[in-house]
Write a protein that binds this ligand. Structure first.
Ligand code: G6P
Length: 602
């Protein structure tokens, strides 16, 4: 769960690397390091802390050389400190590398290498890789061959960037179960965990697959197989995202910018999928057993998907956290199963593992993904993109509402294939979906009043979010947003569960956020709200029905949206509320403590 970048060309490598690392900080930010050099002398600087502070303290921008690699870390093995920061080296300091992933057999390797006389300086799993290559180099001078032999001994996930001091004209990049993409420039080459890191310089990219590595000089690149060393034909893709899209565009934080981008993102999700949805819906219609897997916010989208499929396609999907599914479902999956994996990054380790398991068992796998070319899209039989554009804030916002959009379209079209709902109803839902971006624009206008509400709430200790039916995923997601970025304790639950425990926690002034769109369950929600109010709770009610204002202490008027589309609209005020609370409490909403955007380890 780290970010890596490499550069070789005629520019000052440190400048490209430091800029790139800042754009990769969302992948981890507890420590960072850079190595650059010309010829065979290398300068390595690294330490614990954020890139900006380190750049000043270690004077990254004074580093000489036109080739180099860099790393921003999110600790897995070894606490975040100066020694454990990457790059790591072999005993001679001539093999220097950075790593994203986890080496599962590092303890054995370390023991064996120590026995052979290698001296380890850090507690990381990564350092073993450098020593392993050094060991292999003892039997031949061929660095590339030694690297390949060494890497074959690794178990686990790794994206690597490697500098070898004795080969000043080249860099090596390796991918196995952690993301890595090459950027092809004119007389210069880049590689990184993600495209925005080098998008300023080139939009031509080559996605490495698992078990592949690239040998890159300033004017050439070749991708080879790690097991045989044979070259692999690769396609060069052109990325249509502009750097502007990947930057803050005047907003104080990426998260706020991304919340405001939702109308555009939802429109793109609708229009970008017009062609694919019908085809995929016909596929889904063939399966009786549909299982959604996902983690975090994507898991909440999966729960919404379940409600939508139940209501429209009359299917009863199973929803599982991928981390549970991968260990509990092995013998329950076969070719009659359709697995729908939802993952914005396409790199979440548990979700990928669940997908691989399903494939092994002969199931069909559909992925709903935001990041183009990510691992999930390679495993899946079918992929639908959410078209949200790059999301940098760690807390998912626009990737969530676009996932919901795609799931709504899929449920509508599957119902159309199966004839489970009258055509007029489906037609009205299709039309209503086209208006959702405008509804989201309307709720964005509530931003000012939500900022004021946040002032009033900023010292509260606990929040409860309740909903019923299709309101449940919104309650869960509202609570998750709040805890992720404001560090206030929050629980999301179905309103019916209140009486079975949580009601005991309600006392004077505890905020209860009630999701109450007009619909079958509105009256039931009002009863639950009354129950909470009777215990002194402060009710924050969200509804398109004005009468809720009579019961709620704070009433948030939502637009008149069809209940089935309400998850996309109702979550937006909750995102804004969480955002303002985070800022008021002095947190950085883009980089919540202990969390990372893309969880590429188990
Ligand atoms: C992390 C992120 C969440 C995200 C979850 C699943 O926890 O912080 O925002 O929802 O991973 O990620 P995925 O990329 O699979 O949707």
């Amino acid at each position: 769960m780290c970010g890596i970048i490499g550069y070789i060309g005629d520019r000052k490598a440190c400048e490209v690397i430091v800029k790139g690392l800042k754009r990769l900080e969302y992948r981890g930010y507890d420590s960072a390091g850079v190595v650059t050099g010309d010829g065979s002398s290398l300068d390595i600087r690294k330490g614990a802390g954020r890139i900006d502070d380190l750049a000043k303290r270690l004077r990254f921008l004074d580093m000489k050389g036109t080739r180099g690699i860099g790393h921003t870390r999110w600790a897995t093995h070894g606490v975040p400190n100066d020694t454990n920061a990457h790059p790591h080296t072999d005993c001679t300091g001539r093999i220097v590398l950075v790593h994203n992933g986890i080496i599962e057999n590092f303890a054995e390797l370390r023991e064996e290498l120590s026995r052979k006389g290698h001296v380890f300086r850090s507690d990381t799993d990564t350092e073993a890789i450098a020593h392993l290559i050094e060991e292999e180099l003892k039997s031949s001078d061929d660095f590339e061959g030694a690297m390949r032999r060494a890497l074959k001994k690794l178990k686990g996930s790794f994206a690597l960037a490697i500098v070898y001091a004795d080969e000043p004209d080249r860099l090596y990049f390796v991918r196995n179960e952690s993301p890595l993409v090459l950027g092809i420039g004119n007389g210069e080459m880049f590689a990184a965990s993600d495209v925005p890191a080098f998008l300023e310089y080139t939009n031509k990219v080559v996605f490495l697959d698992d078990g592949e590595y690239a040998v890159v000089t300033k004017d050439s690149w070749v991708v080879k197989r790690l097991d045989t060393g044979e070259p692999v034909e690769k396609e060069v893709h052109e990325i249509s995202w502009t750097l502007d899209m990947a930057e803050k565009a005047g907003f104080p934080h990426f998260m706020l910018k991304e919340i405001y981008e939702q109308p555009r993102a939802i429109r793109d999700a609708i229009h970008g999928n017009r062609e694919t949805i019908g085809r995929v819906a016909r596929e889904i219609a063939n399966y009786d057993r549909v299982i959604f897997v996902a983690m975090g916010t994507s898991y909440h989208a999966a729960i919404a998907g379940k409600y939508l499929f139940q209501k429209l396609a009359k299917k009863i999907p199973i929803v599982e956290e991928a981390s549970e599914f991968r260990y509990e479902f092995e013998d329950l999956i076969d070719e009659n199963t359709l697995l729908i994996a939802i993952t914005q990054s396409g790199e979440t380790a548990d979700t990928l593992a669940a997908m691989k398991l399903a494939k092994r068992r002969g199931a069909k796998v559909l992925a709903i993904v935001n990041v183009v070319g990510s691992m999930a899209t390679r495993i899946a039989d079918l992929t639908i993109y959410t078209h949200a554009g790059p999301e940098i804030g760690v807390a998912a916002t626009k990737t969530y509402t676009t996932q919901l959009t795609v799931l709504t379209m899929l449920a509508i079209e599957t119902a159309a294939v199966l004839g489970t709902v009258p055509l007029e109803r489906l037609e009205s839902l299709r039309r209503a979906l086209l208006s959702v971006p405008e509804f989201v624009e309307k709720v964005l206008e509530l931003d000012g009043s939500l900022a004021e509400l946040a002032e009033e709430l900023k010292d509260k200790r606990d929040f409860f979010y309740i909903g019923r039916g299709i309101g449940v995923p919104t309650a869960l997601e509202g609570a998750l947003k709040l805890k992720e970025i404001s560090y206030i304790h929050a629980e999301g639950l179905s309103a019916g569960e209140l009486k079975h425990g949580p009601l005991a926690l309600l006392e004077d002034g505890v905020p209860v956020v009630a999701i109450a769109p007009d619909g079958r369950l509105f009256d039931k929600m009002v009863s639950n709200i009354e129950e909470s109010k009777a215990r002194g709770a402060m009710i924050i009610g969200l509804s398109n029905r004005g009468e809720l204002s009579k019961v709620a202490d704070v009433f948030i008027q939502t637009p008149d949206v069809d209940e089935l589309l309400s998850p996309i609209v109702y979550v937006v005020p909750l995102q804004l509320l969480a955002y303002h609370l985070s800022v008021l409490r002095g947190n950085d909403p883009d980089k919540p403590r202990n969390l990372a955007k893309s969880v590429t380890v188990e």
